[in-house]
Design a protein around this ligand. Sequence first.
Ligand code: PLP
Length: 479
Amino acid sequence: MDSAEFRNRGKEMVDYISDYMDTIGQRRVTPAIEPGYLRERLPEDPPMYPEDWDEIMDDVEQHIMPGVTHWQHPRFHAYFPSGNSYPSIMADMLSDAIGSNGFSWAASPVYTELETIVMDWLGRMVGLPKEFLPFTENGKGGGVIQGSASECILVSLLAARQATIRELKRQHPFVEEGVLLSKLMAYCSKEAHSSVEKAAMIAFVKIRILETDDKYALRGSKLAKAIQEDRSMGLIPFFVSSTLGTTSCCSFDPLTEIGPICKEENVWLHVDAAYAGNAFICPQFRYLMKGIEYATSFNFNPNKWMLVNFDCSTMWVTDRFKLTEALIVDPLYLKHSHSDRAIDYRHWGIPLSRRFRSLKLWFVIRSYGVEGLRRYILEHCRLAKRLEALIKLDSRFEIMNQVTLGLVCFRLHGNNTLNEKFLSSINASGKLHMVPASLNERYVIRFCVCSQTATDDDIDHAWHVITQMATDILQLMVK
Ligand code: PLP
């Protein structure tokens, strides 16, 4: 394809995308297909010769779209939102066209320069303490964009591990690193995302997964007790991952309790706010991050709830040198003449290659303004409250979480099997899509406000589908 054809086909693609967005509500939210559906439809071998663009696009509509779960659909209420907006799509188009690789400052300077600027903007937008924002404050901290929250958690844990082992090595120079490693203990609550357990698995350290209170929060007393028990057995607590906005029910660990313990015990405190962190751009939600000044690292995903397309997971640390010490490998072919003065983001994460992810953050923040983004978040929260109020009026249901942001957890009075059947019949109908979670062994249904343009009508429609399905399933149980 040359630029002349791209000019035409590109415009057609923009039309296709705009039509897709405008008519998405007419599609089934979940696909009605079985595993392996695509293999039956596509040829076994790749084409030997170029194919016509029209034929390729026909196949998109005929074979690809039927296998899509439409996360931007107004009836999609599963997981958390998947950020999306036209400014963000356009930034990714431009970034794909530029097609450079920003692993170091020298590799494509503006990639790094813009990333440091938008990370400072964003850090200030969510009210992070100045220790996290040193690019402007001349401190030790700093922000970086990673591909996912899982990566943010993993690199934080690796940095904490490295800092602890280094200190232990200084105290016990003749003890093998492997022996020291076997003593390290990390902590999180049972409501923390599974990526914390995975990070510990990758880093080859032990992890204790602690019980929560009746609000699904990790309490300071629980953590303090676990740390004392482990110390008395000769283990070395080194890392706590707390969560603001858990995946299952959007509960919040109290940083004001956990933080002082981590400080006292000299333990790295990571704060994972993958979804809820976006809400902190609204000052009225900042009370949920009280105690953030105790954190050593913090992450949230604008690609969840700030209209930025995947991938864009932002993290900050109070000491960037601790992060890079764990990750620096510096071969000659990657050195450059500004290495001592410039940020080289390849030392802040796992992959070498880096996309121009800051561009979409910059486009989105400028296009909506902080005010516009706040309005979007607040509207989702208002809509979640609307659904909560409807559920509370119907005695067949119970609310299972504290509805603070855009997530409502509920269930039918009755056992887990009833609720499982209830949710699978809703999902099978293709009229609405939600996913379950387990809270203290109880099967609950998660409803998240996801669509960028969600309205009262969407909530009322969802409630209509939920109540109709409830009536049907409860009648079936009586028969
Ligand atoms: N942490 C929390 C609280 C989450 O809800 C999620 C995913 O929903 C993750 C971490 C993992 O996010 P990612 O897919 O960006 O790794």
